[in-house]
Design a protein around this ligand. Sequence first.
Ligand SMILES: C[S@@+](CC[C@H](N)C(=O)[O-])C[C@H]1O[C@@H](n2cnc3c(N)ncnc32)[C@H](O)[C@@H]1O
Length: 176
Amino acid sequence: MPPLSIRVLRVGHRFVRDDRTLTHLCLVSRALGAEAIYLEEAEAELVQQVRDVNESWGGSFEVTVGTPWRGVVQAARKDGRKVVHLTMYGLPLLERVGELKKFTRFLVVVGGPKVPGEMYHMADYNVSVTNQPHSEVAALAIALHEIQGGEELKRDFGKSKLRVLPKERGKQVITE
Ligand SMILES: C[S@@+](CC[C@H](N)C(=O)[O-])C[C@H]1O[C@@H](n2cnc3c(N)ncnc32)[C@H](O)[C@@H]1O
């Protein structure tokens, strides 16, 4: 089985400044096995912040800002990706994950305050992480974990300036 290739899309313009949510979407996507995220809008500092994280902690996670969401979805489909839209109104993740595991290339879509109805039709799968309202960050983390069967937790980020030496207590960071 070839390695999974997962990209993330955040649909929706910002009605309020939600920089913290966007930062968390980037960091969670990067840490939990996605290779890139598309954001419709974001501050320039966010892109730099993620570059700095890559430089310190490894990997080559990419942030793309400003591509309209329909274009991202269409390009993903042409690129052979299954489009998995996370929504509290979708079918339960645990009912769908067995089928999702047959594929290797994904675009995982999360919303913000409001997701256009068209997204539900463009998605290959509309999947819920419980049918209760919560957060795109939480829904994304759980979906990434289930799609990858936990393999993302074993990933090595390769060459990096900083590396944590895991310890029962205290903090130790190795500088390369
Ligand atoms: C603040 S919520 C918006 C909730 C909104 N009522 C909806 O789902 O259309 C923002 C995003 O979080 C994700 N989300 C929230 N709850 C979810 C759930 N139970 N299952 C899957 N995704 C969820 C969806 O991607 C949603 O677009």
